[in-house]
Write a protein that binds this ligand. Structure first.
Ligand SMILES: Nc1ncnc2c1ncn2[C@@H]1O[C@H](COP(=O)(O)OP(=O)(O)O)[C@@H](O)[C@H]1O
Ligand SMILES: [Mg+2]
Length: 253
């Protein structure tokens, strides 16, 4: 469980996160939604320790990040897997080398052990014969699978994904969403996903935090999001006609 309390973050005197509090639960896909520029990535990077909030606390299963010493922070960092926006694979490394990279960096495992683990996670994301390919030789959906495999190779307790669906066709996007959800449940990971995609909310929105201009404007589940009267949420969700119809259908029963 990750507990975020009153987190504020500014850049050059401009406040971007204006006091955000929430809880991301273990074994669940926790979604951060909101319009472009609402602060989703800044919040995720604050969880990662890339940004230091000027006030508030973030605690990882009771460990308050800003109270940890350098060794404890490094240790915590090895418990986090990250899928960056656009996959961020190393272009000149093969798929297998990309996935094995965190093990080379953070563990003392020998090559044989690394190879076995790489085989296991690539199989888990349903990629069995892409080991020797370069990222440029595989599809966008396969690249996401590689990025997910790399993020989970070190058995993370926490998994952060920034817009894991961007650039994918809707069917592939749903497969990737569900893969992340399955892995979250299977390994009991605390997963946080940034998205502005309502399809993801429908598929995997177990806990949803809605950010607007750096503030928590609403939180709830996917069942609740279609019933809420919160104006900001309604504007965001029903900017597409399809969801207006879904809401009408939901409100009928
Ligand atoms: N490193 C930074 N320096 C200055 N401003 C930033 C930085 N990162 C993000 N911002 C600003 O913070 C706001 C929120 O950005 P971001 O979290 O990336 O939005 P989202 O991910 O919801 O689209 C934007 O106005 C953006 O310009
Ligand atoms: Mg973003």
């Amino acid at each position: 469980m990750i507990e975020v309390k009153n987190v504020e973050k500014s850049f050059a005197g401009v406040k971007i996160l204006k006091g955000v509090s929430t809880v991301f639960e273990t074994g669940k896909t926790n979604l951060i939604i909101g319009q472009s520029g609402s602060g989703k990535t800044v919040l995720l990077k604050s969880l990662l320790g890339i940004h230091q909030p000027e006030s508030g606390t973030i605690s990882f299963d009771g460990r308050v990040y800003c109270d940890l010493n350098a060794d404890e922070k490094r240790e915590l960092r090895t418990e986090i897997g990250m899928v960056f926006q656009g996959s961020a694979l190393f272009d000149s490394m093969t798929v297998a080398e990309n996935v094995g990279f965190p093990l080379k960096m953070f563990t003392h495992d020998n090559n044989k052990k690394i190879q076995e683990r790489v085989d296991f996670v690539l199989k888990r994301v349903n990629l069995t014969d892409a080991h020797k390919k370069l990222p440029s030789e595989i599809s966008g959906g396969m690249q996401k699978r590689v990025a997910i495999a790399r993020a989970i190779v070190n058995n993370p307790k926490y998994l952060f994904c920034d817009e894991p669906n961007s650039g994918l066709d809707p069917n592939t996007a749903i497969l990737i969403d569900n893969l992340i959800k399955e892995i979250t449940e299977e390994y009991n990971i605390t997963t946080v996903i940034n998205t502005h995609d309502m399809n993801s909310v429908m598929e995997i929105g177990e806990n949803i935090l809605f950010l607007k201009d750096g503030l928590k404007a609403w939180e709830g589940t996917k069942e609740e999001i279609f019933r809420t009267d919160n104006e900001a949420v309604v504007d965001f969700v029903y900017s597409s006609n399809l969801f207006k119809k879904v809401r009408e259908a939901y409100l009928k029963d």
